[in-house]
Ligand binder design. Structure first.
Ligand code: HEC
Ligand code: HEC
Length: 337
């Protein structure tokens, strides 16, 4: 599929007192690569604004009480601060709400990668009986009844609201929810004072002895691949088949997508089942080599980290990967009538 690169504006980098003007660079935060947009869904400011309204609009749920932001709340790291997600009438699924931050960079969506793109992902939760529990026809019917939405869809797409266009607008909005420009980015760009000594030691462990970057690699700290790291194991068995449900490969049993670690200090509890409260707990898990099961990834093994090493790794993640420009978006107060 051909992709277009997105450029609204010229970006200005301020590094160590110097400013560079990079003409025609895509408007993404410092440290992140250029963002690719599907050729059939190029972003415009009006489309992004429409996507934002839909993202926050509870009309898309059966009881008019749940929006995307209920489970992916900008004030809670674009997740929900809970182990799993309560949706329609409080029903809970087994999986943790992942953050929407930097999901634009994933090559697949969901813990098991069952959706290819954000456009493809967006309509799933509306129809899901334990999330928003609406038929798409009903949801679109509500949007079509709204004069304000009718006008906006005409303006943006030259057409009536439809499921496909709702998905496109929401996806275009999600692609603006980005986190870069963290102390880590400045450090790797040459500013040695950008991170504390503890965070620097943590970063060296991260890419060295602690083996984290075997999977959490690149600017978004993910290889976009699926691994069984021994989470959700009971009596030696995996409680959720994970990627296996998509690939049908036995070796993918209990394997989940490597999540981004950007803004990780804000997105707990952690893991596909929300089973870990703190980053200390996460690092302890890796230190002991995960929980034994037949499909444990070969990159997961006992690490022999000291208490200081563990503290340094946690400091690196908290301090190094939290941006000064956290993408805080206020819920719109003027949803269309
Ligand atoms: C009731 C809670 C709930 C609601 C409402 C909800 N989501 Fe989610 N979302 C989840 C959960 C749980 C997952 C992970 C499910 C899985 O991987 O099987 C998820 C996954 C995602 C992902 C994939 C991110 C990744 O890391 O792969 C995106 C993007 C997303 N949701 C966006 C949305 C949008 C857009 C809406 C509104 C149309 C929405 N969600 C509504 C709970 C919710
Ligand atoms: C073999 C690949 C692999 C290695 C090595 C690895 N991770 Fe992970 N990491 C993953 C996967 C896959 C998940 C999600 C697993 C799940 O939920 O079952 C994950 C989850 C996490 C999470 C939770 C993220 C969230 O949003 O819930 C953190 C934090 C984390 N890893 C940090 C680390 C650190 C620190 C190290 C090194 C000590 C490390 N990882 C090593 C693949 C890996």
């Amino acid at each position: 599929m051909k992709k277009t690169i997105f450029a609204f504006s010229t970006s200005i980098l301020v590094m160590g007192g110097f400013s560079f003007l990079l003409a025609d660079e895509p408007a993404v935060p410092f440290g992140l690569p250029a963002l690719e947009h599907p050729e059939d869904n190029p972003p415009t400011p009006e489309k992004i604004e429409l996507g934002k309204l839909l993202y926050f609009d509870p009309r898309l749920s059966r009881n008019n009480d749940i929006s995307c932001a209920t489970c992916h709340d900008p004030n809670k790291g674009w997740s929900n601060g809970e182990p799993n997600a309560a949706g329609f009438e409080g029903k809970r699924g087994d999986r943790n709400s992942p953050t929407v931050i930097n999901s634009a960079y994933y090559t697949t969506q969901f813990w098991d990668g069952r959706a290819a793109t954000l456009e493809h992902q967006a309509l799933g939760p509306i129809a899901n009986p334990i999330e928003m529990n609406m038929s798409l026809d009903e949801a679109i019917g509500r949007i079509q009844k709204s004069k304000g939405y009718q006008e906006r869809f005409q303006q943006v797409f030259g057409s009536e609201p439809s499921p496909e266009l709702v998905a496109k607008a929401i996806a275009a909005f999600e692609r603006t929810v980005l986190s870069g420009n963290a102390p880590y980015d400045k450090y790797v760009a040459g500013d040695e004072t950008a991170m504390s000594e503890s965070a620097v030691r943590g970063w060296k462990l991260f890419k060295g002895a602690a083996n984290c970057s075997a999977c959490h690699s690149g600017a978004n700290f993910t290889d976009n691949a699926f691994h069984n790291i021994g989470v959700g194991v009971k009596d030696g068995k995996n409680t959720d088949v994970g990627r296996f449900a998509v690939s049908n490969l036995e070796g993918d049993t209990g394997a989940f997508k490597t999540p981004t670690l950007r803004e990780i200090a804000r997105t707990g509890p952690y893991m596909h089942n929300g089973s870990m409260e703190t980053l200390e707990e996460v690092v302890q898990h890796y230190n002991k080599g995960g929980n034994a099961n037949p499909y444990l990834d070969e990159e997961i093994f006992e690490l022999g980290l000291s208490e200081q090493d563990i503290a340094d790794l946690v400091t690196f993640m908290k301090e190094g990967l939290s941006s000064e420009d956290y993408p805080l978006v206020e819920a719109p107060t003027d949803l269309p009538d």
